[in-house]
Ligand binder design. Sequence first.
Ligand code: HMG
Length: 383
Amino acid sequence: MRVGIDKIGLFTPNKYVDMVDLAHARNEDPNKYLIGIGQSEMSVADQTQDAVSMGINATMKYIDRIDKDKIGLLVFGTESGIDQSKSASLFVKTALKLKPEVRTFEVKEACFGLTAALMIARDFVRVHPDKTAMVIGSDIARYGIGTAGEVTQGAGSVSMLIKADPAILALNDGHSAYSEDINDFWRPNDSKLAMVDGKYSTQVYLDFFSKTFADYKKQKKLETNDFDAIIYHLPFTKMGLKANRLAVADQDEATTEKLQNSFDASKQLSRRVGNIYTASLYMSLLSLLENGNLPAGALVGLFSYGSGAMGELYSGNLVEGYEKEVNAAGDEKMLKRRQKVSVPEYEEIFNTALDDPEDNEELTSDDEKGTWYFAGTKGNIRQ
Ligand code: HMG
């Protein structure tokens, strides 16, 4: 039985910073950000957008095209949790009016969270082929103003429906996983900002990619040139470029060109949105679907990395007609709706969003009508 991704939706908040403006403000050469890091814009979340609201908005992209009563599982992956106890998924379940019989919870392992959710969903659907599963990854990357990581921030969410006989990507059996207890990136409970050993994190990412890619090929008896695309978790697009260079290091010109072209297609959205942690790999997938011109049946390798650290390589095949399931014009419109903010404006939004609003203070959103947003708390209960 084929099980995989049947629907996919992306949401990003309605403000962004231009990387050239940020480079000027930080006294850096703009090419360091544009080429060296590989980012051109960065979405900014104000106080009204958080993991929950972004997750709902991502799901709204396809909710009218699915049978909600068939959903038996809803898993929410995030490292931007809004409660230490109650799952973000329960708020989503209520907003989307899912039935009470749904099994729902939140998972965490840094950026690996959505892949963990996806794998749980895949196995759930295998056991319950008449049911579907919804998985959401939603995050705001915050390193702090003036830090080296600042240029690799971002905000957004990807939501996917997993079902038997999927319309987008059929997942193949097997995977290669690798984990180690290390301190490359983490965020203690008392901090809204991530702590990171930046250079070390990039080395571990590449090391985990090499290990899992080699192991996966061996396990599945595949060669690099069997892949039509390899896509990556993209904390910034240069990171994926470096991994892709490792992937093609010993390949002929044709394979190198093929995998470079597909990588270029997969990084377009990330370049303009920034790091959205759990959802980043799946934003790469969406970008590949929209820009890759790949034929049905194409083999796509997916590399997921979550700091701390956990890496996983798996694959899927594109399903006939997958193009009809994505809306490149709609996603472009969503990016274009964003208002460009100056660096001082971004800094003010950033600092305000670090504080929770006072209880009973009502927040209002300046996003398009119909966008879900966090309206504050009443009696410490989320609205
Ligand atoms: P940095 O130290 O400021 O940058 O921070 P740099 O000095 O290393 O320069 C970056 C690149 O720009 C270099 O290229 C320079 O040569 C180049 P590279 O050697 O890497 O190829 N450069 C220029 N290029 C063109 N023109 C110029 C120019 N000047 C310099 N004029 C760093 C970089 C990534 C360390 C920092 O941004 C950071 O700490 N980011 C956050 C951590 C991160 O994203 N790590 C990625 C791996 S870990 C991961 O993916 C997990 C994560 O998503 C979290 C999770 O799992 O939840 C982060």
